[in-house]
Design a protein around this ligand. Structure first.
Ligand SMILES: O=P(O)(O)OC[C@H](O)CO
Ligand SMILES: [Mg+2]
Length: 274
């Protein structure tokens, strides 16, 4: 693990961690109330603002990282798998790279910095081919049409953001603001709350109370970052992700197409999603 990162411990299965149980209890207190001894009624805070993650949530880019990491590891006769993937996804590039070289046991042969250099040419070819995830365009256009303010909080740095969004300028231009992993206010990557708190501060009119913000995330680190920031989280995880990582999210969906805005007090879709 990264010894200097305050938040890096939170990746293990959530139920076994004392901090995670805090998150679950906190979530319960904020979002549910006991109506009587036998029933739990959901009482969600009114959502006024939305923050989107990007990689793996709006854009189908996580598979590019996986492909490249498989290629690098093959040189060391090792394989990349879904035990390691959750520890990297959502993080700033250098933080994920440190996890990669240490967890795979190749750090004596390849530093994190060398790994980033080695994969860069491959990623630069792949990123401009990024596709939107199902339902991403529909949800963003809907929120925009209804005047719900939304922004982006991605661990990606500026250069990668530009490459990934090359073909999707119109959709991403609808974001009120974008906070990137190399933003000076983002001292630590997800699961630190830095990026979501920075995003909350940049809406029109100034800081929005985190309890009024709904975050969409795919990564365990991103879900924890949003919860650490005091926000509600809808998780849309890759089906290969271990289900123990779902526990910290307020809602887990298979696809953005399954999101029902009215469950969160947001305006309903005017189409049926087909
Ligand atoms: O999931 P995001 O958008 O925070 O991106 C983080 C990395 O760039 C990819 O895991
Ligand atoms: Mg993501």
């Amino acid at each position: 693990m990264l010894g200097t990162c305050t938040y890096s411990l939170h990746f293990a299965p959530l139920r076994s961690r004392s901090h995670s149980s805090f998150l679950i209890k906190s979530s319960f207190r904020n979002h549910t109330a006991m109506a009587n001894s036998s029933a739990v009624v959901t009482v969600r805070k009114p959502i006024t603002h939305v923050i989107f993650d990007m990689d793996g949530l709006l854009l189908d880019t996580e598979n590019f990282y996986t492909q490249v990491q498989e290629i690098v590891l093959a040189r060391y006769n090792k394989t990349f798998d879904w035990n390691l993937k959750p520890k990297m996804m959502g993080k700033k590039a250098i933080e994920a790279a440190r996890v990669f070289v240490h967890e795979t046991g190749i750090s004596d042969s390849l530093t994190a910095e060398q790994f980033l250099l080695e994969r860069e040419d491959m990623l630069r070819d792949l990123f401009p081919t990024s596709d939107l995830m199902p339902g991403a365009s529909r949800l963003i256009r809907h929120l925009h049409a209804k005047g719900v303010p939304f922004g982006l909080a991605t661990g990606s740095h500026r250069q990668h953001f530009e490459l990934k969004t090359q073909r999707h300028g119109e959709i991403f231009s609808l974001m009120h603001h974008v906070v990137l992993g190399d933003d000076p206010e983002v001292k630590q990557g997800k699961p630190s709350p830095d990026i979501f708190l920075a995003a909350a501060n940049r809406f029109e009119g100034g800081r929005v109370d985190p309890s009024n913000i709904l975050v969409f995330e795919d990564a365990p680190s991103g879900v924890l970052a949003a919860k650490n920031a005091g926000m509600s989280v809808v998780m849309v995880p890759d089906p290969r992700l271990d289900k123990s990582f779902h526990d910290a999210a307020d809602q887990v969906l298979k696809s953005l197409l399954d999101f029902n805005p009215t469950e969160w007090g947001l305006p309903q879709f005017e189409d049926n999603g087909s």
